[in-house]
Ligand binder design. Structure first.
Ligand SMILES: CC(C)(COP(=O)(O)OP(=O)(O)OC[C@H]1O[C@@H](n2cnc3c(N)ncnc32)[C@H](O)[C@@H]1OP(=O)(O)O)[C@@H](O)C(=O)NCCC(=O)NCCS
Length: 142
């Protein structure tokens, strides 16, 4: 498996991967992803074999990294691909000297097990976080 940084040409692939998450028109349209890539605010990486397996985004801030979204194609889930991506994100942030990585994860994804498996702590449960959805805030010191 290789993990490569995405450019503007990958925006439709990312839209396809993330549109399963929640109302793509609000967050994951190709246009919005292109804007983020263009501005450099968020960077995206894609996991590839012969096929695209999954992808994630990350914002590298002054002291911390904001992780997410992450999405693995259903047929490639539960095979360690998500783990390789989250570890890659952690080492990227650590390599930049950042001290903490965190993410918001909507309650409806039920991903507590995934973040806790990687040593992330659930800091908060936020009711009605966005569009009526509850969410968790997970984080890890680097
Ligand atoms: C959540 C997701 C990223 C995990 O990726 P993955 O490649 O399937 O996960 P891995 O195979 O690396 O799993 C590693 C460990 O995390 C845990 N885990 C993985 N997915 C989990 C889930 N959905 N819920 C609870 N625990 C999970 C398991 O303990 C697993 O270890 P095990 O296989 O030894 O039991 C992936 O399932 C996915 O894309 N889901 C749909 C989109 C989504 O919900 N994204 C999260 C947005 S915050």
């Amino acid at each position: 498996m290789t993990i490569t940084r995405c450019d503007l040409n990958d925006a439709s692939i990312l839209e396809g991967l993330f549109s399963v998450l929640y109302k793509p028109e609000l967050k994951w349209s190709r246009e919005l992803i292109e804007q983020e890539i263009r501005s450099g605010r968020k960077i995206y990486f894609i996991a590839l074999e012969e096929d695209v397996l999954g992808a994630f985004g990350i914002e590298l801030e002054e002291r911390e990294a904001k992780f997410g979204p992450i999405s693995i194609k259903p047929q490639y889930q539960k095979r360690g691909v998500g783990s390789q991506l989250i570890r890659f994100a952690e080492s990227l942030a650590r390599g930049r000297g950042l001290v903490r990585i965190w993410c918001h994860s909507l309650e409806r994804y039920h991903t507590e097990g995934f973040y806790e498996y990687h040593g992330w702590k659930m800091e908060k449960f936020i009711k009605d976080f966005w569009d009526g959805q509850n969410c968790y805030l997970f984080s890890k010191e680097l």
